[in-house]
Each structure stands twice: as C-alpha cells, then as structure tokens.
Write a protein that binds this ligand. Structure first.
Ligand code: GLA
Length: 550
C-alpha cells in the first residue's frame, strides 16, 4: 500500500517535516540553497527535490535476491534546487542551454560545475558509446543517451543517471523536448559510508528532472523506486531496491519492511524503542573506511550478485527444479518454487516458517571436501560451470556477459547460507517490532535485547558468510557492544562504511564517549567533526518535492 501512494509535493516545510525542530533546522538549509541558486543562475529555482539516505537496520545483501529488508530513512539527505533555465540570466546563454541541456552545480566546491546535453540515439544504429553500454548490459534500447563514465567515479554521473531515466520514460516516444534545466545540489549524507548517498542522489535527481518537466502527476512512490533502481544501474552496480525504497517510501517514526517478491511492497513498522524501558535510539558510526561499491564492484558487490545467482541455479537443479538454459532465477524464486504454493507465502510469518524448513536444503550446495584445501567451501570457475549444467559459452552468456567479476573461489554455499539465515532474521525483527506494538505500555528491556541479538547475529553472518565486512568495522562493532549497545551491525553494502547500534537513549553520550576513546580514528575528533562520524538518528521522512513560490 505504501508503495502505491503518490509522490508527496509540498508547498511548505512544516508539512514535510512534522517535527518542529527538524522543520526549523531544515528550513535554514533549504533557504541557503535557494539563495545560492539565485546567485549562481540569476533566477529563482522552481522546486527543491529532497531524498534522504537510509540506515538498514537488518537485512543485508538479500534485496538483490528478492528477500525483504528492514531500513529506515535518516535525517541526512540530498537536496537539489532546480528549475527550467532562463535564457540570458546569470551565467546562462541560449546557446549554453540547448533542448534538455543541463547546468549542474554542487555547493561543495570539491565537485566542479558540469554541463551536459542528452543526445537522441541516431536512426542509423548505435553509437560507440551505446555499444559500450550494451556490452555492460545497460539499456541499449533507450532512445536518449547521456555519457556516463563507469570507470571513473564522478558526482554528476548520479545526476545524469536520474535524468537518463526521466528522458527515456517521458520523452522517448514523443516529439516533446525536455526543458533545459539549472540544478544546484547539496548533501549531508557522507559518500561511501553505507548510508546510501548514491541512491539519495539518484532519487533526488530523478525527482528534480520530473519536476522541471512537469512529470510528477500520477507517478507513485513504487514507480519512482523502480525508476531510481534502473537509473542507478547505469552507474555500474547491479544493486537491489533496498536503498531506493527506503529513500522514497519511509515515513517519520517508522522503519519499513520492504519486500521485493512477487513485486515491490512496503509496510511501515513503528519501532518499539520509544515505548521500551529504557527508551533506545539507533546510532550510526562511520568506520571512516571509504568503500564505494562502484569502484570495487568486481571483487565485492557485483561478485556477490553473481555468486548468489549461480547458487540459485545450482540449488534449483539439485532440488529437481527444471530450468531452461537462459533462465536466471534468484534465490527467492527458487525458494518460492520449492514451497510450491502461493498460500505458503501469503504472509511474512508463513515465509519465515517456510525458510526455516528450507534451510537444511542449502547443504546441497556444500562442496565435497575431497581434493579441496581444508575449510575451503568455495568452488572454482570450472566447477561452477560444471555445476550449472550449462556449456561454458552458455554460462558466460547468462552469468558473466553483463558484468565484470573476479575471484579464485566462488562461495555459493556461504552466500546462500547468509541469505537464508538473514532473511529469517529480518522476519524475526519484524515480528518483535509488531509484537511490541500490540503489547501493553511500557515494554520491557528484553524487547531491546531481542532486537540487539538479531543485529549481532546479522553482523556475524555478514562478516563470516557474506564476507562483506572489514577488520575496522568488526572492531567498531565489537567496541560498540562493549560500550553498552544492545546490538551492533554493519549497515549497507559494506567493506567499510558504517555500523548501526541500538543504544539506550540516556546512555548515548556515554556510549559515544567510550567508542571515541576506543576507536583510534575518532580520538582526535571533537564537536561537529565527531558528530559527523558518530550520531544518533531518528527515522525520517522519505523523498518529496517542495514547490516554491514563483
Ligand atoms: C547497497 C545496495 C543495496 C543492498 C545493500 C546491501 O546499499 O545498493 O541494494 O544490496 O548494498 O544490503
């Protein structure tokens, strides 16, 4: 239901942020960006598109195999002030703004101003750039083209990714031209920290270009999530929909249980923490190990995507499911076929029971120890091809032709074990939150202990089975637990980035002081610098557009 709601368009910030304090603080930022926009472009912006980052409370590396996750939006966000360009005003001249041409600037001076013009695909076949896109499985069918260099991490790539989707959804089969636009971007989500700065950028950019071109009407939050997911793939990562769903669908005071099968759905679930004794909050702590999932995709993120896809095929075959040579089911689909009846997954409780019964089946992926070094549970490329029942050529076509990955051993068993146990933990987390909602006030501390235990188990699984953590994050998580957190886990793609801890509200200061003392990279940080890297966060509102007075 939450995914079917329209995208919120507000005309004042108090509607967007029901909490007075947040509305006042955000008001200062919104005004500053409007003022700066006017200075730079010589005219007022028409809209501000805003998209928050997210903290994933539990459910890591399972969205792209279509299992549900449990994120909340955070207060940190991306703002894009935008409007149609006005020829002759500011630095803009008519020639600088051909149809659909964009001038994009960033308030952070380290990101240089950019201008770009989308091109219509020629009728004589694809350009070299389009062929390169096709080779990497990116939307060769599209009618509009924008150069996005996937080998280099550039801030404007995320702006272009959002624009690309808008062009091809709204301007592909029409003679209407996109409006030239001026954009000013600012953000408070630290990049490469696992709090989803990239999804926030792509969601905000998609919204900004829809707003400038009057295309917001009738588009639901679910449709925006799907567009933003497609759009972000253009930057080179085959991510699932967790970040985009959280950024778009979340509401203040709640997390969401977001599921991707059989289709995108989201259920706001109030967190029990305000009703527990003691009250508790979530604290994000940045390990300061910057991990950009685009840069390391072939040995980390995209490799996990391929490992879980191949695991799904092999498991399906070993469970006796028949598969065509080009079929590429995800683990959720294999599980669903194994269950055999939609009735058995008609509620999250039933899915959980089904997963518990399914768990022993994944032993079918465990490689025999013979001829393998002790403890090695991975398989070589050659074995993987054999196990898949495909020829080398078919295997390459289905699993590798669209993505670049690199590994000596592919961990089909470990990744699948992570996925299934993590999917169960998400459903348990959801059940604890819902049981708490129905229970009388106030709730006992054991509710927090239950949530914390699930978070700890999730971290352990990320570290040992998914292998998406790193020594610094493991250290930070252990330190958080030793400093009084009920539970702590890595959040987001991993290999660096942030942890999220559940902490008693009245102990937050003491908790932060202990972590600061124990985590070497924090020792020299004080005041705002420290608040940048470790902070308590409340579930915030999802993406919206603020319409400004002309
Ligand atoms: C990144 C991706 C998400 C999700 C997480 C890991 O944030 O963008 O889709 O896969 O990693 O849970």
């Amino acid at each position: 239901m939450a995914a079917e709601l329209p995208i919120p368009i507000f005309t004042s910030l108090d509607k967007a942020f029901p909490d007075v304090e947040t509305a006042a603080a955000q008001g200062v930022r919104f005004n500053a960006v409007v003022e700066e926009y006017q200075k730079r472009f010589g005219h007022k912006p028409s809209y501000i598109a805003r998209a928050p980052g997210r903290v994933n409370l539990i459910g890591e590396h399972i969205d792209y195999v279509l299992f549900g996750c449990f994120p909340a939006a955070i207060e940190r966000d991306i703002l894009i002030a935008c409007g149609p360009s006005v020829p002759g005003s500011g630095t803009s001249t008519p020639s600088a703004h051909p149809p659909g041409g964009v001038k994009a600037e960033n308030l952070d001076p380290k990101y240089k101003p950019q201008s770009f013009v989308p091109m219509l695909k020629s009728a004589n076949g694809p350009s070299a750039a389009e062929e390169a896109d096709a080779a990497s499985n990116v939307h060769a069918e599209t009618a509009w083209h924008l150069d996005i260099d996937k080998r280099e991490l550039r801030w404007e790539s995320y702006v272009k990714a959002g624009y690309y989707g808008v062009l091809n959804r709204f301007f592909a089969s029409t003679s209407e031209h996109p409006a030239p636009a001026d954009l000013l971007v600012t953000g408070s989500v630290p990049s490469g920290s696992g709090l989803s700065s990239s999804a926030a950028m792509v969601v905000a950019s998609t919204l900004a270009f829809m707003a400038v071109n009057n295309k917001l009407d009738g588009v639901t939050k679910g449709q925006l999530v799907e567009m933003a997911m497609e759009n972000e793939k253009r930057v080179g990562v085959n991510s699932g929909g967790l970040d985009q769903a959280a950024s778009v669908i979340c509401t203040p005071h709640s997390a969401i249980f977001v599921d991707f099968f059989p289709r995108l759905s989201a259920e706001p679930i109030p967190l029990p923490t305000p009703r527990t004794i003691p009250r508790a909050v979530f604290v994000c702590a940045n390990s300061l190990v910057v991990s950009d999932k685009v840069v390391s995709a072939k040995i980390h993120y995209n490799l996990r995507v391929v490992e879980t896809l191949v695991a799904a095929r092999v498991l399906a075959l070993r469970l006796g499911q028949s598969l065509g040579p080009t079929e590429r089911p995800r683990l959720r689909e294999v599980f669903s076929r194994w269950l055999g009846s939609p009735e058995l997954e008609s509620s999250p409780e039933k899915v959980k029971q089904g997963l518990e019964r399914f768990l022993p089946e994944i032993e079918k992926l465990r490689p025999a120890p013979e001829g393998r070094k002790a403890g090695e549970l991975g398989v070589t490329m050659k074995e993987m091809v054999e196990w898949s029942g495909l020829s080398e050529e078919q295997f390459h076509q289905v699993y590798l032709s669209w993505v670049d990955v690199e590994a000596e051993y592919f961990q089909l068993y470990k990744r699948t074990k992570h996925v299934i146990t993590e999917a169960i933990r998400v459903l348990e987390f959801r059940a604890v939150c819902l049981a708490a909602q129905a229970a009388p006030d106030p709730l006992p501390e054991s509710t927090l202990a239950q949530l914390g235990a699930l978070m700890n188990a999730s971290h352990e699984s990320c570290a040992t089975l998914c292998e998406s953590s790193c020594p610094e994050v493991d250290r930070l998580a252990a330190l958080a637990r030793a400093s009084g957190a009920y539970g702590c886990r890595i959040t987001g793609a991993g290999w660096g980035g942030c942890t999220v801890s559940l902490v008693a509200e009245d102990k937050v200061e003491e908790f932060i002081a202990k972590v600061k003392e124990g985590y070497e990279p924090y020792r020299a940080l004080e005041g705002e610098k420290l608040r940048e890297v470790i902070f308590a966060t409340k579930p915030s509102s999802g993406a919206f557009v603020l319409k400004l007075d002309p």
